[in-house]
Design a protein around this ligand. Structure first.
Ligand code: HPA
Ligand code: ZN
Length: 326
């Protein structure tokens, strides 16, 4: 069996996935038509041609434009179901997905249709395929602390459907400390906590995520490798890193995949995982990310197995459920 086949067949989880980042151009045009919302691009080809990013902000500008055609519960359901159908075929057995409520609230779309559409698709995937899931509400860090607190208020009637909270969008200039009080309130409500840190931002932002926010996980974490004490701390706390190889490539966080930080993370004994982040924008879903690593970075069979295992261990499934998958 080749490593490429193994990557497809092995049971794995996805822990870093923005549902709005799964919006394929074809589906975007279909929903734009259905909702009678004009897009800035006249064809799918024109839109795809714009997917050339030099940094995170370049991508975010298009990502927020793209999500502007999502209006109704059915839109959120269709988007989520399309993603789940794809990764089910890739032997993803469990997903933990982010959604960005503020990206929709700001356009006049209520919290209820967003979360109901996403949640219904997640439950259906569980009934149909036994694929389990967690839902993570992510705060947009370029917005204010007040806006995050307002969003948390709107989420309170739906806490049974929300497992954790995250922090995403423009990293530099918006350190974790800006949201320390919001995350404390979330933890008091029993929510798990993760944050994007060390994607473009410095190692200090990863320290802040750990010390000031007490994160249960770190999203990306690439730049943590610049600080030896920080690496020790991540290990001591057994924190999982949700790494996104093709995302890093497309956003110029790395120059190529030959010497990707995930290889170093594994060698250091860190619990690093492979994830797709925003697959419709970055050129690949879960298996594509594994395949790119196998092709470009000379991943071994042992490393491949370790990555799949890490994805189970690093998830927020119950200990029992993890055991079932290991
Ligand atoms: N980083 C920060 N914010 C994001 C990302 C990301 O990779 N994807 C969607 N929002
Ligand atoms: Zn992300």
């Amino acid at each position: 069996e080749t490593l490429m086949t193994l990557a497809e067949k092995m049971p794995k989880t996805e822990l870093h996935l923005h549902i709005e980042g799964t919006f394929e151009p074809e589906q975007m045009f279909a929903l734009a038509e259905r909702n009678q919302i004009p897009l800035k691009y006249s064809t799918v080809e024109d839109l795809k041609a714009a997917y050339q990013f030099t940094n995170l902000q370049d991508f975010l500008d298009l990502y927020y434009q793209g999500m502007s055609v999502l209006l109704k519960e059915a839109d959120f359901y269709d988007l989520t179901m399309a993603y789940l159908t794809k990764v089910h075929q890739e032997n993803v057995v469990h997903v933990e997905i982010f959604f960005d409520p503020q990206g929709h609230l700001s356009r006049g779309v209520d919290f209820e249709p967003q979360i109901s559409g996403i949640y219904k698709a997640l439950k259906e995937a569980e009934e149909q395929w036994g694929m389990t899931s967690k839902l993570i509400m992510s705060f947009l860090r370029h917005l204010s602390e007040d806006s995050a607190f307002e969003t948390l208020e709107l989420a309170k009637p739906y806490l049974d459907w929300i497992d954790g909270v995250g922090l995403d969008s423009s990293e530099i200039g918006h350190p974790p400390e800006k949201f320390a009080r919001v995350f404390k309130a979330c933890q008091e409500l029993g929510l798990k906590v993760t944050a994007h840190a060390g994607e473009e931002g410095p190692a200090d932002y990863v320290w802040q995520a750990i010390d000031l926010i007490q994160v249960d996980r770190i999203d990306h974490g690439n730049r943590a490798l610049e600080d030896e004490q920080l690496v020790k701390q991540i290990k001591a706390r057994n924190l999982t890193l949700t790494v996104c190889p093709l995302s890093n490539l497309k956003l110029c966080v790395v120059d190529d995949l030959t010497d990707h930080p995930i290889k170093h993370m594994l060698k250091l004994g860190l619990n690093a995982t492979v994830n797709s982040d925003d697959p419709a924008y970055f050129g690949g879903y879960m298996v594509d990310n594994y395949h790119a690593l196998i092709k470009e970075s000379d991943l071994s069979k042992a490393e491949l197995h370790q990555l799949a295992k890490n994805s189970i261990v690093g998830s927020w499934m119950s200990a029992d459920t993890k055991q079932r998958h290991l």
